[in-house]
Design a protein around this ligand. Structure first.
Ligand code: C5P
Length: 225
């Protein structure tokens, strides 16, 4: 079954305090998007749909060409929310695709093994697959300046991407979604499907603020592209 990976890269990245939209900020000589594409393109033969900020489509195409796999990369324009951007990406998925992964470009250093685990679980029959990591901090429910209660972390997990789905299930869930969900797994769960977990990876952290960018720079300096 053919795989497509929708890479959402249309966020503004205001929390990064950079001049360019987040996907085009440099980690080293290469942008977040370039690094994200390197991981995604390790999935053999997969179609890759890059969802770019409006006005930055050509820049995204240039990154795709530099990756050396432009023939299997499509670029579409994103929307005002992540969910709208994913929806735009899904509209460009080839008709013969049966497994769709949705991935944040902001998780630019996600290693290929995570893609492999997610795809294998979807191929084995899971309607939806979510990479997760354990919660290591003690978690508190708070109300303004006071602690309300502790929360048992043993049944909590940190959700990452790529999240993978059977294509028909993801398309139908997006058609029926009537509000914004925090991620694709939540949207598909709301449509009545069980989401299976697989191990995530610390390197799949989301580059959100300046400290995350520093972490990404340190990692890449240790293992250049
Ligand atoms: O804003 P946040 O960090 O949750 O964004 C996660 C991913 O979703 C990023 O890769 C970002 O580029 C993407 N996104 C998008 N369109 C939006 C908002 C976010 O493609 N409107």
């Amino acid at each position: 079954a053919r795989v497509a990976v929708v890479v959402v890269a249309a966020g503004s990245g205001t929390r990064l305090q950079a001049a360019a939209p987040k996907a085009f900020v440099g980690i080293d000589a290469h942008s977040l998007l370039a690094h994200a594409l390197r991981g995604v393109l390790a999935v053999p033969r997969a179609q890759v749909v890059v969802v770019a900020p409006a006005g930055r489509e050509d820049q995204a195409r240039t990154e795709a060409e530099a990756s050396g796999a432009a023939a299997r990369v499509s670029v579409v324009t994103g929307g005002a929310t992540r969910q709208a951007s994913v929806r735009a990406g899904l509209s460009a998925v080839w008709s013969d695709v049966e497994v769709v992964l949705v991935h944040d470009a902001a998780r630019a250093l996600t290693p290929p093994e995570v893609f492999t685990r997610v795809i294998a679980a979807v191929r084995a029959g899971a309607p939806g697959v979510l990479p997760v990591l354990p919660v290591v901090d003690t978690i508190k429910r708070v109300d303004a300046d006071f602690v309300v209660t502790g929360v048992d972390r043993s049944d909590l997990a940190r959700a990452q991407t790529p999240q993978g789905f059977a294509r028909d299930i993801l398309d139908a869930a997006y058609r029926s979604a009537d509000r914004e969900y925090t991620d694709d797994a939540a949207l598909v769960a709301a449509a009545g499907h069980r989401i299976q977990t697989v191990p995530g990876d610390e390197r799949a952290f989301k580059i959100t603020g300046p400290a995350d960018l520093e972490r990404a720079r340190a990692l890449v300096a240790g293992a250049p592209m």
